[in-house]
Design a protein around this ligand. Structure first.
Ligand code: ATP
Length: 423
């Protein structure tokens, strides 16, 4: 079944006294999977219901291919558009099979009996959504997640070019979340057009071709997930302090919401690398410290974390040693910082200048997770250099790093301690 293009110009939808959608343009190409995202109350369900023709816009019209959804009969719309609603309550005590068979209603008239095509469509839809094993059970005797799959089966049995889904994974376990979205993806590969409201931004980014970010009834952004999911947009729409990274397994954008930053004061420079500083960067920035990091190779795991958390970094090109110019910049950060922290870094020749710059800090904390011998190091000269560094600072485990940094800050800035005592 080939999909259909969905368009709407300058859509306005009112609910009661409230204008829920305003000035919204929609243009979804046939054969695309579009994720509707946005905070609670943004208008996602309202938009889906308007696209399905169950809500009438105060302005603008919805077209699915050549069909004017608002002017067409329910039966005509039902042959183009199938809906999987958020509320999976079914009013009467039907069997699962009967509920799925309701998807065939747009093809029936008073004069047409159920035929083989109907039965085949129902069986195939139940098979694809893994509900066949409870086909004869009452819809009241399946779990919420199973019921959600039954309603997806009903929508598939409807054999429409367009599928609208409102939170299709809301009640599903992680296995069925992925199965359901894989299924929608397959249907889209086969040509259907799908639009789904999805709260899980990582899943939306992973499965959808495009995202439409709704905020206060308007489209704040639309396009490929990596263009739509940016920290400033998430702050504007969700009022969330969130970072966007690349998921290490899927390679698609992953959103991590952070707590509001605390009120810790002080500047901390971190010498890390290879991911050894990631957790500490998170802890320091959420505590509220001003943090810098480096020198790091561009693309290093800690560099990616620093970028996501908006932590300024001194960088060198990938695989390049820390040269004199970079070391000068590290030296400037160390001089500016109240405390410098060295995490479980490589003790190699290329990192030598990094460690030497850190060793000049007035207040130094050395975070150690592994003994020296288990690290990438290049011999006795490195050991001597590292031992010197250790002897200049306080050596702690990762678990006590934050406390040690707070202590070092107190000791390095007595004025703050006195101010704190007066509060
Ligand atoms: N029948 C109604 N009467 C009045 N206001 C309504 C009605 N239905 C929805 N609203 C309001 O319209 C706004 C958008 O609701 P909608 O359900 O479309 O949001 P949503 O983005 O789907 O939210 P959620 O993520 O919570 O499901 C909300 O402020 C909601 O309170």
């Amino acid at each position: 079944m080939t999909g259909a293009r969905i368009t709407a110009d300058d859509l306005r939808v009112d609910r009661g006294d409230l204008t829920v959608l305003d000035g919204l343009d929609v243009d979804i190409d046939a054969g695309r999977f579009v994720g509707l995202i946005g905070p609670n109350g943004a208008g996602k369900t309202t938009l889906l219901r308007t696209l399905a023709g169950t809500l009438t816009p105060a302005a603008g019209r919805v077209r699915v291919a050549d069909l004017d959804v608002q002017a067409a009969s329910a039966r005509a719309v039902g042959r183009r558009v199938a809906v999987v609603p958020q509320d999976t309550t079914v009013a009467f005590d039907f069997s699962v099979r009967d509920v799925v068979a309701m998807g065939r209603m747009p093809y029936h008239s008073m004069f047409k009996e159920t035929d083989d095509a109907d039965r085949e469509a129902v069986d195939a839809a139940m098979e694809r959504t893994s509900v066949t094993q409870f086909a004869d059970r009452s819809i009241d005797a399946v779990s919420g997640g199973e019921r959600q799959r039954v309603l997806l089966a009903r929508a598939l049995a409807q054999e429409t070019p367009v599928l609208l889904l409102d939170e299709p994974t809301g009640s599903l376990d992680i296995d069925h979340q992925v199965r359901t979205l894989e299924l929608v993806r397959d249907l889209v590969e086969d040509g259907k057009t799908a639009v789904a409201a999805i709260h899980d931004l990582d899943l939306a980014a992973r499965y959808c071709d495009d995202l439409l970010l709704l905020s206060d009834g308007r489209a704040l952004a639309a396009g490929p997930p990596e263009d739509v999911l940016t920290a400033p947009r998430l702050a504007e729409s969700f009022d969330a302090n969130a970072v966007v990274t690349d998921d290490t397994v899927t390679g698609t954008p992953a959103v991590t919401a952070l707590p509001d930053a605390g009120d810790a004061e002080g500047r901390v420079h971190v010498v890390g690398g290879g991911g050894s500083a990631a957790r500490l960067l998170y802890a320091l920035t959420t505590a509220g410290y001003d943090v810098t990091i480096g020198a790091l190779a561009v693309g290093d795991a800690d560099h990616r974390t620093a970028k996501a958390l908006d932590v300024p970094a001194v960088t060198v090109p990938p695989h390049a040693p820390v040269d004199a110019a970079a070391a000068d910049r590290v030296g400037a950060c160390v001089a500016d910082a109240d405390v410098t922290v060295v995490t479980d870094v490589e003790v190699s020749r290329g990192n030598r200048r990094n460690l030497d710059a850190a060793a000049r800090a007035d207040a130094l904390v050395v975070v150690e997770d592994r003994p020296f011998d288990e690290r990438n190091h290049d011999g006795d000269a490195a050991r001597e250099r590292y031992d010197r560094l250790r002897s200049r600072g306080r050596v702690v485990t990762p678990d006590s790093a934050l406390d040690a940094i707070a202590d070092a800050l107190d000791a390095s800035t007595p004025d703050r301690r006195l101010l704190g005592a007066d509060d």
